[in-house]
Write a protein that binds this ligand. Structure first.
Ligand code: AMP
Length: 580
């Protein structure tokens, strides 16, 4: 049985484990989930609990549960758990042991070796402590790699683009940003900055404080006086915060939060994003510092990759795009990307090649036309709901409002594209919602877009006060169907190769796009093969190349599309072996 080296993301809030199967990185589920809370507890019977069961105990018995131990790694301290003292290495080893055992069950074979990731800013003692935790869990830590390196590997395995990549990692408790360069499959961190106490937990705190203040204003009761209530609030508001990444508003409901009193409060994304903006500004400062350290201008960054659960917040995307003029990449699940990248590094240590992870994303934004009140006055603008670069399938909602008093209908006009001016985008479809209630202007209408992997976009408009709903499904692949291929070909005739165009007059049942591609690549391959003949190739190879060139030219002349595919394949094979 072939030995498997696993990749482990030992995170502050959550951990994950992955391995490479047939060249493709894959997550190993823990307790049925892709990630495992980095929590350790001891139950009233003295049994060790790790992961989800430990996190579930956090509310009922916080003194018997430890979380965020990663923050203490490398410190000569002990933490108390159910009256017993443990070092951070020991607590981390419980987490690693559970990951190892679950992986062994899943894979049906022993797991003895691992690559473990650490933040780029971890010093030698923190790295050593991580290694020790591995050894305590009976895992040989074959390599410790930086988290941004792992993230870059997940996107770029197999490429050697010499590109500069910015990895922006905003998790639950920490933030860091790194500039990495991939050169000939070696990933190097050029600069790294961050804040070890900035992340989603801070955002939760702000929301908890908002709710506590609001409840006090209404009932003159301080919910903050009861630690159990506070932990309940924290969990509930963290859920609400995550929902705000996809919905413009959420309702928070907690029954009997204090005596007979219930909590019921609506949170709006716009308010929430205003609250967290100062924190996000700090992350932007870190980006600029790391660019300075790497002696780079923002324009020299080729890609921005997002890591960590908190990067799902739409404002994070907006600020990065505005600051760096790049659409950030986040198609690989930001909770899993580090473990997946670690498994790629692990596989390469085991002598295996793996592929970069490919995920479907939207190439364009999808939005609707809405009235906007700008400095220049009122104007109709294209307002995106799903932004380009979003992984598929996806569901996103935004809130819009009627403009007139007693407005009984709204027109929903859906566009594909990023331009603010509606006419400069592609019209996807249009429908009308009639029968709205009699209300003053500002009647809220929730518009939800569901886009699936096949390009089917379901648009639902709901009047919030009545629940009146209308839904249509639009095929976004048809939006370019009116493209006049023949006219376009005519238009470019003078600029491209005549032989390719002329040969490619489609017959009744031929497939114009495929045969065109085949002809273009035949031409390209012949050029490269001819170049090979000018280099040093053996006489035997030269004979084979000349024969293929002759047959390929004949097939093109005879419009023999069927023979062209195998000839292209053969040319491509020989080029692969002989080109440097
Ligand atoms: P990590 O440390 O990478 O596991 O990230 C955990 C943090 O991401 C926690 O603070 C989560 O509340 C936050 N998070 C997870 N999903 C979302 C989401 N959809 N929107 C905003 N924050 C999220």
């Amino acid at each position: 049985m072939k030995e498997i080296i696993v990749g482990i993301d030992l995170g502050t809030t959550n951990s994950a484990i992955a391995y490479v199967k047939d060249g493709v990185p894959e997550i190993i589920p823990i307790d049925g989930q892709p990630t495992m809370p980095s929590c350790v507890g001891i139950d009233p019977q003295g049994k060790l609990l790790v992961g989800l069961p430990a996190r579930n105990m956090l509310i009922a018995a916080p003194e018997s549960t430890i979380h965020s131990i990663k923050r203490r790694m490398g410190e000569p301290v002990k933490v108390t758990l159910a009256g017993q003292q443990f070092s951070p290495e020991e607590i981390s080893s419980f987490i690693l042991r559970k990951l190892k055992e679950e992986a062994e069950k899943f894979l049906g074979q022993p797991v003895k070796k691992a690559v473990i990731t650490v933040p780029a800013f971890f010093d030698a003692s923190q790295r050593k402590a991580t290694q020790n935790a591995g050894e305590l869990a009976n895992l040989e830590v074959v390599r410790i790699i930086n988290e941004p390196t792992a993230a870059a590997l997940a996107y770029e395995a197999g490429h050697s683009d010499n590109e500069r990549i910015l990895v922006y990692d905003l998790g639950g408790g920490t933030f860091d940003v790194s500039v990495v360069v991939i050169e000939n499959d070696v990933v190097e961190v050029q600069a790294s900055h961050g804040d070890t106490h900035l992340g989603g937990d801070d955002f939760d705190e702000l929301l908890v404080q908002r709710v506590v203040d609001d409840f006090h204003a209404k009932h003159q009761i301080f919910l903050s006086e009861d630690p159990k209530t506070m932990r309940r609030l924290k969990l509930s508001l963290e859920r609400a915060k995550c929902a705000l990444s996809d919905e413009p508003l959420v309702m928070v409901r907690e029954e009997y939060i204090h005596g007979d009193l219930h909590l019921e409060m609506e949170l709006q994304r716009a308010d929430y994003e205003e609250m967290i903006e100062p924190y996000l500004q700090k992350t932007l400062d870190c980006i600029h510092k790391s660019l300075q350290d790497a002696r780079l201008l923002p324009g020299e960054i080729a890609k921005v990759m997002l890591v960590g659960g908190s990067t799902r917040t739409p404002l994070v995307h907006q600020l990065i795009e505005a600051n760096l003029n790049l659409v950030p990449r986040w198609e690989i699940n930001p909770d899993l990307i580090v473990a997946l990248g670690a498994s790629i590094s692990a596989a390469s240590m085991a002598g295996e090649k793996s592929k970069a992870i490919l995920v479907d994303i939207t190439g364009h934004s999808f939005g609707i036309e809405a009235l906007s009140f700008t400095e220049e006055g009122e104007m109709l603008v294209n307002t995106p709901i799903i932004h380009r670069g979003t992984p598929l399938p996806v569901s996103k909602s935004e809130l819009f409002h009627t403009v007139h008093d007693n407005q009984r209908e709204v027109e929903i006009t859906v566009f594909e594209g990023e331009d603010r001016i509606p006419a400069k985008n592609t019209l996807v479809g249009q429908f009308r919602v009639e029968g709205l209630s009699e209300a003053g202007h500002g009647n809220p209408i929730l518009v939800t877009f569901n886009l699936d992997l096949n390009g089917m976009l379901t648009v639902t408009a709901t009047e919030r006060v009545t629940g009146l709903k209308k839904s249509v499904t639009l095929d976004t692949r048809n939006v370019h169907a009116s493209f006049d291929l023949a006219a376009a070909r005519q238009n470019i005739m003078s600029l491209v190769d005549q032989d390719v165009l002329e040969l490619e007059e489609p017959g009744e049942d031929s497939e114009p796009v495929d045969s065109h591609a085949l002809l273009v690549s035949a031409k390209e391959l012949r050029k490269r093969a001819e170049a090979l003949l000018e280099n040093k190739v053996t006489e035997e190879d030269a004979v084979e190349i000349r024969e293929l060139l002759r047959k390929s030219a004949e097939a093109v002349k005879a419009k023999d599309i069927e023979s062209l595919q195998p000839l292209n394949d053969s040319l491509s094979d020989i080029i692969f072996y002989l080109e440097d």
